[in-house]
Ligand binder design. Sequence first.
Ligand code: AMP
Length: 191
Amino acid sequence: MLNVILCGAPGSGKGTQSDLLVKNYGLQHLSTGDLLRAEIKSGSQLGKQIEDLIAKGNLVSDHTMIHLIENFLDNLSPDCKGIIFDGYPRTVDQAEALTLMLKRRKMNAVMLDMYVDEDEIIKRLLERGKVSGRTDDNFETIKQRLKVFHEVTKPVCYYYLTRHNYFAINGNNTVENTFAQIDTILKLVQK
Ligand code: AMP
């Protein structure tokens, strides 16, 4: 299995690159943001609890997230070629839990860290906000999401870096050029 953790600030292009990975590698896309938004839409108890956190740009609890991932892994189809973790792990505790969850299933994952300049990120997210309908694609919340990313999620990159399981991607590029970098790395990883 080829399991890929896509890390990067909000707006760094994780969703776009995930679509290309699905198309080119047949991997299964797991976007925790999409899962959580579906939960809110369903009107469930969990959805009600997390709605405000997401709208304000804060993280959902590790406990909830780890449970969600465990559940996803338990229901994985046997013919799954690999998973794209898009938006998870976002804390070091989530990363440690993922390592254990994968180890128990004799799986592992590589991290691809997509770097994009902050000015470009804000521009992209404000543009997306015009059509996405997302409660968190507004200037105030974008600022908070970036703060959370730098303070809480960036250390997750170092977690993988220190475990020699980390690759940096320059996302200040066209979609095609960014994917070409990812493609080169994944081909080498699979050798
Ligand atoms: P995203 O679509 O990945 O930008 O996620 C949107 C929002 O969902 C985030 O700003 C968080 O509030 C929440 N979220 C998504 N993934 C996680 C996670 N792994 N841990 C905590 N909160 C998350």
